[in-house]
Design a protein around this ligand. Structure first.
Ligand SMILES: *Cc1c(COP(=O)(O)O)cnc(C)c1O
Length: 362
């Protein structure tokens, strides 16, 4: 992915700025016929186009940028469903996707059904027009066999959308496994610095991308040029950050698994994890997210709030290690369940701080 850093650089003319210029403009100088020129900030923006060039390179497919992960998910769903469609979504994935489906798709005459990520293929896909998956799921970190689901859904005449937020295209390539559309929140590891919200849709199906582009233009769910610029900058270091975060998560997972305060741990990279075989088969890295279940809500809160190298915060994927108790948002998890997002701190310092906080719980 080193060439990602030079995607734009190799097109520069003498005297051009090396860093991407930020085009903060709603209007373009447009005398005469507008044909072939940027025309209006809801339709085109050169900063988005540079960002989408990098995103497309990462995904190996055409990409469109959105102002948040939910804007990308909304675009992918509204571009693929119609009244009467049957849609299948995970019951244990990112909860706002369920809210969107229940509050805004179901009232339009779309049938929304839910299924747990573990065993997602059981029951088949006959009669579903759109099957939406998230693997590994947030926060449970269960996985599904993306290639098998993609094949089965296609054979049944439906299309698949995969939320690839938790692993990024450097960790998992759903389109290469046969999934039709990838959506992601770039607010997480892609941006990586906890200073922006963004998202994207990627697909090799040109009709879907045309519809997603039309949705963005018509619904107006467009990214701000400054956010696009920040994400572009974040992506320049994605591979360095992601590698460090995954390496450290692997080290921490092994050690946490042996700590007496940890009742249960989930990390796809652990050989005893229920998702390990699937992770080995279909991911490039095991990711930077793990979960530990501590004895009680009180101990979990104390752990999260007392560790000097953990930011108690919702969201994940930033350079700062962060954690939260997901039950505080109503996720169907144990009250002592803590999602830990491993950042870019030096691994040994981070482990020392985490171990000291866990030791202090007794
Ligand atoms: C955060 C997240 C989203 C939503 O992204 P926003 O950028 O917050 O809109 C969607 N899916 C998953 C898996 C997420 O973690």
């Amino acid at each position: 992915m080193g060439e990602m850093l030079h995607l734009r650089g190799n097109t520069l003319a003498k005297g051009d700025p090396v860093a991407l210029p930020l085009t903060q403009s709603s209007m373009f100088h447009l005398p005469g016929s507008p044909e072939g020129f940027p025309n209006y900030g809801r339709v085109n923006n050169p900063t988005w186009e540079h960002l989408e060039h990098v995103l497309a390179h990462l995904e190996g497919a055409p990409c469109l940028a959105f102002p948040s992960g939910m804007a990308a998910i909304s675009a992918a769903l509204f571009a693929t469903v119609k009244a009467g469609s049957r849609v299948l979504i995970p019951s244990d994935g990112y909860y706002v996707t369920r809210l969107l489906a229940e509050q805004f798709l179901a009232p339009l005459g779309i049938t929304v059904e839910q299924r747990a990520t573990a065993g997602f293929g059981d029951g088949g896909f006959a009669g579903f027009d759109v099957v939406f998956v998230e693997s590994p799921s947030n926060p449970g970190l269960d996985m599904i066999d993306l290639a098998a689901v993609a094949d089965d859904v296609r054979a049944a005449g439906g299309i698949t959308i995969a939320d690839n937020t938790t692993l990024t295209p450097l960790g998992q390539r759903p389109l290469d496994l046969g999934i039709d559309v990838v959506v992601a929140s770039d607010t997480k590891a892609m941006g990586g610095h906890s200073d922006l919200l963004m998202g994207h849709v990627a697909s090799r199906a040109s009709e879907v991308m045309q519809s997603v582009a039309d949705w963005r233009k018509v619904a107006g769910a467009i990214p701000g040029p400054h956010e696009a610029w920040l994400l572009h900058r974040g992506l320049e270091t994605l591979d360095v950050r992601f590698e460090r975060m995954c390496d450290t998560a692997g080290v921490l997972a092994e050690r946490l698994a042996g700590h007496p305060a940890v009742k249960r741990i989930r990390y796809p990279g652990l050989s005893a994890d229920p998702a390990h075989d699937l992770a080995r088969a279909q991911t490039l890295r095991f990711g930077f997210l793990l979960s530990v279940t501590l004895e009680s809500e009180e101990k979990a809160e104390k752990f999260i709030n007392s560790c000097p190298l953990i930011r108690p915060a919702t969201s994940f994927g930033g350079v700062h290690t962060s954690a939260e108790r997901r039950a505080r948002w109503g996720d169907a998890v144990d009250p002592g369940f803590v999602r830990l997002s491993v950042g870019c701190e030096p691994a040994e310092e981070l482990w020392q701080a985490i171990a000291a906080s866990l030791d202090g719980l007794t």
